[in-house]
Design a protein around this ligand. Structure first.
Ligand SMILES: Nc1ncnc2c1ncn2[C@@H]1O[C@H](COP(=O)(O)OP(=O)(O)OP(=O)(O)O)[C@@H](O)[C@H]1O
Length: 942
């Protein structure tokens, strides 16, 4: 038991140490990321734990394991403690059956040299009491030291009640920092003590009982403990009762000779008899001594069925147990629950399993939480890299767009005013025609303001005449202006809005992208304002405006030229005539020209201001984008891989805890970066393939970690081989070079092997479609595979293809333009580092050539190249695989289009899939036709 238990504790200590290391590395990494970010924050990264996450993780891994032993009686606890330690540390003496005895709480910790002391529970204070153990060597704790004094006057002494017997033992079980706490029995706030213990350690709570029932007091204690420490699960164990023995046989042992002095105090004869009988039955020579950790006597004792039922029901009622246990016996570390062990025989095995579950669940919670933090942070980093890549790509386009849009707007509006003066004139004429009658009517009805006219309406002075005429002019012009400007604005606004809406939004985006730079933000805001103001063409004709002045001048001339033979009388007709003459005298041409000139000069000014401001903004953005690109490199090459590696470590630990190390057997394949082995079963997947990769340096570690993250983060798809999990074998290479084991389902063979051994045309065509579907899926998730080739397509039993080895698979934003892939499948643009997901279309073209050729032989033109470099040079100069006689036109055209030198001319994969389906349909029809014809032939010809 000790060795098994110790192993479990040692594993826990080892695991928590590893998690602490990962946690430390994570903190360091986050600090580095955040300090870099705070220097120049724009697309800011949030590499941080939430407060509770960090505390939670620490809670799971900081405390050592602790066995908290409590129970119905000192006797039951003593039996269990001795059993756990496999030594008689606690005396199983007559006195220990005394229920009215007051026992001290005992805490047993590790020390090279055994020792004993008395302290005050919950403090570091030592009590000066003299202990019997000081006087003599001890193996078993002297009973006097375990008992709180019986003296009446000391009974209420707080110190005595809280005294804690501190025992140090050189014991393997305690070596890893574990603490064994044996609670007080009989009185006091046991639960509070236990709760305190539980908060200092990862508690393995054991409750020992021997009676048929749990007493009311026991139940209260349990209930209280549960309230105080609701997450602590309890292992309930029944300790067998002792058989009845005779008084006469009772002969105290030497080890408990001191205790024997107390025997006179025993008052429960039956209890004494029980112990004596046990002593005599085992022929201990009258010595009251037995070895409770082996307990042969007790194992022979039958456990009463009824007793079991009682306690079980009591615990069921209290909610400690469930009628149908969830996790008993299973390796389910997420659904922990309390357990009841009725058979003392199986205590050893069951407590080990229970402890393993408890401790493992802690480690699992810590790694899971850590992994959640890693993944969240990594995803945030990748998202930021996306934003940065987008910013670098989109900003110049936005600026260009704004420039051209504004230019178009300017030109269009200008052309309205220059080329379409006739239109403006027409608008003016239309307005005049439309308003003429209503204006004359209004003039007729007009009541002058501030002029005293005689009853007959005769105008007696030139001043009155001027004022009357002036008021009618104002009425007519005011209405006219409002109508003309309204119409003109309507027609211009439609155009203006169609430009300025998008322009405004684009400018807003540019402003947001540059928001850290207040200066340029101001420029952008000003730009937006200019844009709005410039084209809000205000052509309302106000008195004093240049063309109104012209109009007024005209009116004056009109008035002066009127034949003033007799003073005019202000009648309706007169008012109408003044208005009518005024309207007739308006020159639409001049009016239109004036309006256009006004608009043109305003447009020119606005356009120049706008262009100058835009140039300024462009300059500022270009400086910012250089910085953004630098940051993107850092994010992509340093931060993301570092966090990915931490994520790989935490998830691998989690997988290892839950599923264990995969048990792999024979090698099934070998690639440039690893060896693939067969494995019968892992994590419920059977059969599996385990790819073992030993990253030689940090760069490879980080690349592998990112690959793993991308592969793991895409949802399962029929056309892509999914990763089931990973485990890091830290012992690989004697611990000097850990191996990362990537576990996936095992398939039949790869496409290279399948073509080599022969795969018919229809199947090959279907695999081609499968591959295209796989690539399309990856592209739809924003990933580029970058290593499409025969060996990276696996076939299942039905010869359906699945893409594997996402070793170079990356989101476009995370690609650094590095030259990766397998030479013959590599698109020419890969060599200059400027490429996108169309490199997969190119590689598919080459793969399709192999599928059509039905052989794995190199294309002749490629075979001529003696080195990789000569091949690449040839490919750059347009060399491609040759057409073989068996290729039909459709297939040849399709592969040619896929490997087009100009990546933008390669077909979309959706179209490739459609084309392949057509080719396959035709091939199917043809094969049916051939079959039908051959079945019609006479037998001898078949
Ligand atoms: N899940 C699997 N099931 C069955 N066989 C597999 C599986 N994964 C890989 N293999 C076999 O192992 C071989 C090596 O695979 P691996 O992914 O390590 O390398 P590769 O793709 O051939 O080369 P490289 O990694 O250098 O590009 C594959 O060609 C394939 O035959």
């Amino acid at each position: 038991m000790v060795s098994n238990f110790s192993e479990i504790l040692a594993t826990f200590v080892h695991d928590t140490k590893r998690i602490r290391e990962i946690l430390g590395d994570t903190r360091k990494c986050f600090k580095e990321i955040n300090s870099y970010e705070s220097e120049d924050s724009n697309q800011s990264l949030h590499a941080q734990f939430s407060v509770c996450e960090e505390l939670e993780i620490e809670k799971f891994i900081t405390n050592p394991p602790g066995i908290i032993l409590f129970g119905q009686s000192f006797y039951s606890k003593a039996v269990i403690a001795n059993r756990i330690l496999e030594q008689t540390l606690f005396p199983i003496d007559s006195i220990c059956l005394e229920n009215d005895r007051k026992w001290r709480m005992v805490e047993i910790t590790y020390s090279k040299d055994s020792g004993i002391g008395l302290g005050l529970a919950g403090t570091s204070l030592e009590l000066a009491n003299h202990l019997t153990a000081y006087d003599q060597p001890w193996q078993t704790l002297p009973i006097q030291d375990l008992l709180i004094s019986h003296e009446k006057d000391e009974e209420d002494d707080e110190c005595s009640l809280l005294s804690l017997l501190e025992v140090q033992l050189n014991h393997t079980l305690l070596k890893n920092g574990a603490v064994l706490t044996v609670s007080q029995t009989g009185y006091g706030t046991v639960s509070e003590h236990l709760e305190k213990c539980a908060s200092k350690c990862v508690p393995i709570a054991v409750y020992a009982f021997s009676e048929s029932f749990l007493s009311l007091k026991d139940l209260e204690e349990l209930e209280q403990f549960r309230k105080l420490s609701p997450e602590t699960h309890i292992f309930f164990v029944r300790v067998p009762k002792l058989p009845v023995i005779n008084d006469a046989d009772l002969n105290p042992s030497s080890s408990s000779s001191d205790a024997s002095s107390n025997k006179t105090e025993l008052d429960t004869t039956s209890t004494r008899s029980t112990i004596c009988s046990l002593a005599s039955s085992k022929k201990t020579g009258g010595m009251f001594k037995f070895s409770p950790f082996s307990l042969p006597e007790m194992e022979e004792l039958p456990v009463l069925e009824e007793d079991s039922k009682c306690v079980f029901h009591q615990l069921l009622e209290l909610g400690f147990l469930t009628a149908v246990p969830n996790s008993n016996g299973k390796n389910d570390y997420t659904q922990l629950e309390s357990e009841l062990c009725e058979n003392f025989d199986s205590f050893k095995t069951n407590i080990s399993k229970f402890s393993k579950r408890i401790l493992t669940s802690h480690v699992l919670k810590a790694t899971t939480l850590l992994n959640v933090v890693h993944n969240r942070c990594l995803q945030a980093i990748i998202d930021t890299a996306f934003d940065m890549a987008r910013d670098v790509m989109v900003t110049p386009k936005r600026l260009e767009y704004v420039k051209s849009q504004e230019d178009n707007l300017y030109k269009n509006l200008y052309s309205i005013t220059v080329r379409n003066q006739d239109d403006i004139k027409a608008i003016i004429c239309d307005t005049l025609d439309m308003l003429r009658d209503s204006l004359l009517e209004r003039a007729e009805m007009y009541e002058f303001m501030g002029i005293d006219l005689p009853e007959g309406g005769e105008i007696t002075s030139a001043r009155d005449l001027k004022q009357c005429t002036g008021q009618i002019e104002e009425l007519v012009l005011g209405n006219l202006n409002a109508a003309i400007s309204g119409k003109l604005l309507d027609s211009i606004n439609i155009l203006r809005n169609s430009y300025t809406g998008v322009l405004q939004r684009t400018l807003q985006c540019l402003e947001e992208a540059n928001k850290e730079n207040i200066e340029s933000s101001r420029t952008t805001t000003a730009l937006s304002e200019i844009l709005t103001a410039a084209y809000q063409v205000d052509i309302t004709v106000k008195p004093g405006s240049s063309f109104l002045r012209v109009l007024l001048e005209k009116m004056k001339q009109l008035i002066q030229s009127m034949p003033w033979k007799s003073p005019p009388t202000v009648t309706k007709e007169w008012k109408r005539k003044v208005a009518s003459d005024m309207l007739s005298s308006l020159n639409e041409n001049r009016l239109a020209k004036t309006i256009c000139n006004q608009i043109q000069s305003r447009l020119k000014n606005s356009h120049h201001t706008f262009s100058a401001a835009l140039r300024q903004l462009e300059f500022k953005h270009s400086g910012r984008l250089i910085k953004t690109e630098d940051r993107r490199v850092k994010v992509r090459k340093v931060f993301a891989p570092k966090v990915a590696r931490l994520a790989l470590e935490s998830v691998s630990m989690k997988d290892f805890i839950v599923y264990g190390m995969p048990n792999y057997t024979k090698e099934i394949g070998r690639g440039q970066y690893g060896v693939v082995y067969a494995c019968e079963n892992w994590a419920g997947t059977s059969p599996c393939a385990v790819k073992s990769v030993v990253p030689p340096d940090d760069r490879h570690w980080n690349d592998l970690a990112l690959e793993f993250y991308y592969t793991k983060s895409i949802p399962e798809h029929d056309r892509v081989v999914g990763l089931k999990g990973s485990v890091i074998d830290y012992n690989y290479g004697n611990g000097s070079s850990p191996a990362v084991l990537l576990i996936m389902p095992k398939y039949e063979r790869d496409l290279h092997a399948a073509i080599k051994t022969g795969l018919d045309w229809l199947n090959r065509l279907r695999v081609a479609i499968d591959v295209v579907q796989g690539i399309r899926y990856l592209h739809s998730r924003g990933l580029v595979h970058r290593d499409i080739k025969l060996k990276n397509v696996l076939l299942d039993k039905l010869n359906r293809g699945k893409l594997t080895d996402l070793g170079f698979c990356k989101p476009e934003a995370m690609m650094s333009g590095s030259i990766v892939g397998t030479p013959i499948h590599m698109a020419p643009e890969l060599f200059n580092g400027q490429y996108d997901n169309t490199v997969d279309v190119y590689a598919f073209g080459i793969l399709f050539w192999y599928l059509c050729s039905g052989s794995v032989k190199l294309p002749f033109s490629y075979d001529q190249c003696s080195t990789k470099d000569t091949l690449w040079r040839a490919v750059k100069h347009g060399t491609r695989p040759e057409r073989l006689p068996q290729f039909d036109e459709d297939c040849w055209e399709l592969m040619k289009s896929c490997w087009h030198g100009n990546s933008s001319k390669r077909p979309l994969l959706g179209n490739v899939e459609t084309k392949l389906n057509e080719i396959r349909e035709k091939a199917l029809l043809l094969s049916k036709d051939v079959n039908a014809r051959s079945s019609k032939r006479p037998n001898r010809l078949k």
